[in-house]
Every structure is written in C-alpha cells, then in structure tokens.
Ligand binder design. Structure first.
Ligand code: FAD
Length: 460
C-alpha cells in the first residue's frame, strides 16, 4: 500500500474485529493509538463488555469478587460500533465481509480475528448435561460454578489437573470442601511443566488435603433421578460419590466460523506469520486479515521457528498491539510479535510463574532456592540452550531468566552466585508423550503447479 492510499485508509477505512475480549479490546485501543480514524466495528458473541478471565478461576470462585465485576478497564476512548451478543458465522474473502448470526453482514477493508478458545466439554453430551457438571471459561460459567461451590457440595471432582483444574482444587480446599482430582498423566501440571515439577505440585495438592488420583481417567458420570450428577466411574474401577464435577480438559479454538474461507485454520488454531498476518490454507500470507490472542499460532524464532499457540494474557495484549500496528503501517515499518511468553498462577499458597516455553525443553535443572521450602527457580533446556524457566514463590527472578532465554544462553545456566540449591544437576524434564493427532491437511493433485491444500475436518 503506497503512502497516499494508506493515509486514506487510516482516515476513512473500515476495520472489523471479531472477538470482543482481551485481544479484541486491546487491539481496538492500539488501532486508535496508531492513528486509525476510520470505522471500527467490534463483534462479540458474548453479551458482555470485555472482561478479564484470570480472576474467574481464582478470586471469583473464592467468592471475593463477583463474576460480573471483572470487566476490563478501557485504556482510552475507542469510538467503536459494538455488536455484542451476536456471533460471526462466516467470512467471505472475495466480497470482504463478515456474516453474522442475525443475518446481517459487515464489510471490512481489514479484519482482526481475536475469537480465542472455548473450554472443551465433557465428551459425553448426556453426562455433560447433568446438573452439577461444569467447565469454566466465561464469567457466566464462573458465576454458576461459584454459586454451586457456595452451596457446599459434599465432594467435588475435578477432571484434569492443568493450571485451571489445579487452581480450582486449591480454591476448594480454601473453602474447606472435599475434593478429588483425577489426572490421566503422572502428575498435575505435567503437560505445562513436566513431571519433575509435577511431582512437587502433586505434593502440594496432597499436603493441602486434595484426594489426588494420577494415572487414571474418568470413564463415565452418572446422574440421579433428578438429573444431578451423583457418581463418577474411574478407569481403575473405582466409583466415587460426587455432587459437583469440573471438567478441566483444555480448550478448543474458535475457528469454525472460518470454515470455507480457505485460511490456515484448524484445531491447532489460526496460523499467521510473526507479524500476525493470517496464512491461507496453502501457507501463503494474506494482506488484510490479521489474528491475535489465544486463537493465533505463529512461528517463534527462539523456539526453532516452531508454530506456537500461547494461551496467555500477555500474548493477547502484546499480539493485539503488533497486529494493530501492522494493520495500519507501511511494509517497511512492520513489527514482529516476538514475545517471550510468561504465565502466572496462584495455588495452595504458592505463586507459580513461568517464562519462555518450558514444554519446548527436555531437561530441567534447579537453579536457585530450596524445593522443600517451595521457594525455588528451575530452568529448562534443549540442545544445550535455555528455553524456559519456572519459579515457585520466586517471581522476582523471572526477568533474570527471561533475559537468559532471549539471549539463547547455555543450559544449564551458571549458578546465580547465592541461594544455590543443594542439587543443581540437570535431569530429564519428563514431559508426558504427545498424542498422535488426526491429519489436519492434505495435498491434492499430481502436477505440482496444480496442487491444492485441503483441510481435513478436525475432531471437535
Ligand atoms: C479461568 C481462566 C484463568 C486464566 N488464568 C490465566 C492466568 O493466570 N494467567 C494467564 O496468563 N492467562 C490466564 N488465562 C488465559 C487468558 O485469560 C487468555 O489468554 C485471554 O483471555 C486470551 O484473550 P483472547 O482475547 O485471545 O481470547 P478470549 O478471552 O477467549 O476471547 C475471545 C472472545 O471471542 C468470542 N468469540 C468466539 N467466537 C466468536 C465468533 N464466531 N463471533 C464472535 N465472537 C466470538 C468469545 O466468546 C470470546 O468472548 C486464563 C483463562 C481462563 C479461562
């Protein structure tokens, strides 16, 4: 786009944002900061103004903060046309318009996609529909779950011990509720942090009185005559009497509305370059469609240029800022979204923070503090380079490790000079094996000039 037409676009163009949450709101603010003065439309399928999700599994469930009191502050006036409570159901790339569930269409010059992810439901629909079976992704989910916890169930069952399941288990113990956690892997947080750290997380759960069952899955949920969940069957043959179940089974990317648009969208997310420009189904970059937040998946220089989905708060904020900048700038001014991801969690009185991509590593070394005091830092390495770090009650050190990761420093890193742990040897980080996925995309046609990529409908 030459300067004159860019100026005209910035003054009079039309930008549509689909997804009215953290990345959508921050993207809209950044567009105005960048001088976009044209028409801005924000489409969101939830009826609510953008709100913050991290408190939903923490302060809201504990009952300190009401679920409807987590609205995101607006950092500036954005003068947008908000279309809330209506989903985008289709994208016509030829006519450049977004189709909505109410039958209307919204034209765009440029589009920002921030549709995030949703909670994976318990896979048996009849069992998922029983009273007392929950997931937590939205503020409405959290409000319902909080009310159910306040009614003091006799036993809560949490299926899946990732971050959200573990935070929820911690909340249950704080509320004095009996809770069982069933986790298929060998330890809680194993997928994110590996089994070495998972073993410490397991100890924390058991010390706090959680009935933690690992290496076991839930095979069925049973309802009583009122249609309320009353029992769970575990793969080891155990039966548990429960009256509240939280399925914490990870997330599904909100990309179905893009079916037929021939973009690189599938169960892995929406692929884009490091400047947030969306790839089409062939892996060719588009000019006018951008993506940010949980739904995005982009290559990261520090991690072997692998495509990463970063379902973290700071990725949504910073990715939206980069996307907004690149939507309204000249080609030579484009920026890359080169975030070193960070994540935080509070559970069982411990503040857990991570930086980089621990799961990209295959080794781990404790670098500071004492595991027995649950106050330590550990670094993750791959091929002799540091790729991630985790701290337990040592968040102040995160920036130190972030700097090491950014420089791709040697692993294990040199001891910090004090508070050196008793055993600083590196050992396998022991991440659970990744499942073999179904095929996502295939090539058709024999002649290389006529070859076409075809998306295979992913399991949803
Ligand atoms: C319970 C919980 C706790 C968390 N805790 C932490 C934490 O401690 N630290 C951390 O870093 N991160 C945490 N996260 C993750 C963080 O909240 C997300 O990374 C962040 O919300 C991503 O923002 P987003 O805008 O990309 O996506 P989302 O917040 O998922 O927003 C996407 C929006 O798009 C809407 N949408 C989807 N499809 C359509 C459509 N077709 N048409 C219109 N609208 C659509 C969705 O309904 C949603 O409103 C937590 C998340 C949850 C759920």
């Amino acid at each position: 786009m030459i300067t004159r037409s860019l100026d005209a676009f910035k003054a009079n163009g039309q930008i549509v944002i689909v997804g009215a949450s953290l990345a959508g709101l921050r993207g809209a603010e950044a567009l105005r900061d960048e001088g976009f003065g044209g028409r801005l439309t924000i489409i969101g399928d939830e009826p609510h103004a953008p709100y913050d999700r991290p408190p939903l599994s923490k302060q809201v469930l504990e009952g300190w903060v009401k679920a409807d009191r987590t609205k995101l502050p607006h950092r500036r006036e954005i003068d947008a046309d908000w279309r809330l409570g209506v989903a985008a159901t289709g994208l016509d790339r030829t006519k450049k318009l977004v189709r909505l569930g109410d039958g209307t269409e919204v034209p765009f010059d440029r589009l920002l996609i921030t549709t995030g992810v949703r909670a994976r439901q318990w896979p048996n629909p009849a069992e998922a529909g029983l009273e007392g079976v929950f997931t937590v992704r939205t503020c409405d989910d959290a409000a319902r779950l909080q009310a159910a916890l306040a009614a003091r169930p006799r036993r809560v069952l949490i299926i899946g011990a990732g971050y959200i399941g573990s935070e929820m288990a911690s909340v249950c113990r704080k509320l004095g509720l009996d809770v069982t956690v069933a986790e298929r892997a060998a330890a809680p947080l194993a997928g994110a942090l590996g089994n070495v750290i998972g073993a410490i997380a397991a100890e924390m759960q058991r010390d706090a009185g959680v009935d933690l069952r690992t290496g076991v899955s839930v095979s069925a949920l049973e309802g009583d005559s009122r249609g309320h969940v009353c029992r769970a069957h575990l793969s080891d043959g155990t039966r548990l009497d429960v009256d509240l179940v939280l399925a914490s089974l990870g997330s599904i990317r909100n990309v179905e509305w893009l079916d037929g648009a021939r973009l690189a969208a599938g169960y892995w997310g929406l692929g884009c370059d490091a400047g947030c420009r969306v790839f089409d189904v062939h892996g060719v970059v588009t000019d006018d469609i951008f993506v940010a937040g949980d739904v995005a998946r982009s290559p990261h220089v520090l991690f072997g240029y692998q495509f990463l989905s970063m379902e973290h708060w700071d990725n949504a904020v910073l990715g939206a800022a980069v996307a907004a900048h690149n939507m309204v700038c000249e080609e030579l001014d484009r920026r890359a979204h080169l975030l070193v991801p960070t994540n935080w969690s509070g559970q069982f009185g411990v503040n857990i923070k991570s930086v980089g991509v621990p799961s990209f590593g295959d080794e781990i070394a404790f670098t500071q503090g004492a595991v027995t005091e649950r106050r330590f830092a550990a670094a993750y390495g791959r091929n002799g380079r540091i790729v991630g770090a985790v701290t337990f009650n040592q968040g102040k050190w995160l920036q130190h490790y972030e700097a090491l990761i950014m420089r791709s420093s040697p692993f294990p890193p040199p001891p910090a000079g004090f508070d050196v742990p008793a055993d600083a040897r590196s050992v396998p980080a022991d991440f659970p094996p990744r499942g073999v996925g179904a095929p996502d995309v295939i090539l058709t046609g024999h002649d290389p000039n006529e070859r076409q990529a075809e998306l295979v409908q992913p399991p949803r």
